[in-house]
Unconditional design. Structure first.
Length: 397
């Protein structure tokens, strides 16, 4: 069976002054349209209990362009504005399906600056990309080639807080195919002393990217705090802080990509723990280290790459006592404080805490797969049992 995987290729580019000004105007108009549509939908529901869909907001956009106050919306390409309305529709769909919170207004200083163009708003020929309302192609640094013969279906232009310009091209990648079955199964326990501990006994060192640049970041933040509010020097200092954060994020993302690709290529089944990182971040002593480890990003990468290559990722219930359970005899310990890294069971086997947890996760994950609990198990089943205990109990004769 032929699978068509759509994949985004992201590149740096360096716009001319005219292109930068045009894109900045587009970012501002996209943010304005999104906020206007969100305000209109909120008001309609609050005052009249009326739900407004994408078609209604699209008609509103046409009316807004005809007003003197919002006539400038017609100076930029209409496609990114329509895409902003589609994104708002998707946000409301996720909200009503209880997958996300209520949509929030976009901020000029804090929200991501981006604009999305579909095929009618750009031209891609001979490796050159030209956006609507522009006469010259973008100066893209092609750090890696696109798949041969690929034609982008969507182009997203963005500018990060460090001032870097990026363009993301969504194309079909025929090179992504399911890998041959095999490779066995592995349990993965996430931690802080070691980023990952595998059931095979291997341990992945935690690079601690944020800690490496912590002194440099603290110095830049102190300099930023001394600048006059709204001054040009404050803008320069803010850019310096943003560049340090960007460097940390780039290193972390690169390391996670290499790590997850190696795990997916080498294993047919990967078992992880269904951690609630949001709740773990409430621990003031460990929040910084947990954020730097980026467990959520690791899981996200692992899941979509496994889907690409025909692998299976199993998430074991977060309440499964993987650290307190002896992987040799199955005895459950009463307590297991975080400061205990090695312990000896009554059966005489000495365990490394993380290695033992990885082995237990692997065993529980295979049980989850057998009873069909899925990748994202619920905290409990309607009967009150965790996902790792859904198999029908045997009846005594």
């Amino acid at each position: 069976m032929t699978t068509h995987v759509k994949r985004a290729f992201k590149y740096r580019f360096y716009p001319t002054d005219a292109q930068a000004a045009e894109l900045s105007r587009t970012f501002g108009c996209v943010r304005k349209v999104y906020n206007l549509a969100l305000a209109a939908r909120t008001e309609a529901w609050t005052l009249r209990a009326e739900r407004i869909n994408y078609n209604a907001t699209s008609a509103m956009l046409t009316a807004w362009k005809k007003t003197e106050e919002l006539a400038y919306l017609g100076d930029v390409s209409s496609v990114p504005l329509q895409q902003a309305l589609r994104h708002l529709q998707a946000a409301f769909t996720n909200f009503f399906a209880k997958r996300a919170k209520y949509p929030r207004f976009k901020s000029k200083k804090q929200s991501r600056k981006s604009a999305e163009y579909t095929t009618s708003a750009f031209r891609f020929r001979d490796g050159k990309l030209t956006l609507a309302k522009m006469s010259e192609p973008l100066a893209i640094v092609w750090s890696r080639p696109l798949p041969e013969g690929a034609q982008p279906s969507t182009v997203t232009v963005s500018q990060d807080a460090a001032g870097r310009w990026h363009v993301s091209l969504l194309v079909e990648d025929p090179g992504i195919k399911p890998l041959p079955a095999g490779g066995g199964a592995v349990g993965v326990d996430a931690g802080l002393d070691h980023l990952l501990t595998l059931s095979t006994g291997a341990k992945i060192t935690n690079p601690r990217h944020e800690r490496r640049d912590r002194a440099c970041l603290a110095k830049a933040q102190r300099e930023l705090s001394r600048k006059a509010k709204g001054s040009a020097n404050q803008g320069k200092a803010r850019g310096k802080v943003a560049r340090i954060h960007a460097r940390i994020a780039d290193r972390r993302r690169d390391h996670l990509h290499k790590l997850t690709t190696r795990l997916v290529r080498g294993n047919q089944t990967i078992v992880i723990e269904d951690l609630t990182v949001r709740n773990l971040l409430k621990n003031g002593r460990l929040a910084r280290a947990i954020s730097d480890a980026a467990w959520s990003e690791f899981r996200s990468m692992l899941e979509y790459k496994a889907q690409w290559y025909g692998r299976e990722v199993i998430a074991v219930d977060r309440w499964f006592p993987s650290s307190k359970l002896c992987s040799n005899c199955g005895r459950l310990q009463d307590k297991m404080p975080l400061n205990i890294r090695t312990w000896t069971c009554d059966c005489g086997v000495t365990h490394d805490r993380d290695g033992n947890a990885a082995k237990n996760l692997l065993a529980a994950g295979l049980a989850v797969s057998a009873c069909g609990a899925g990748v994202r198990p619920q905290r409990s089943t309607p009967g009150g049992q965790p996902a790792t205990k859904q198999e029908t109990p045997r009846r005594e004769p």
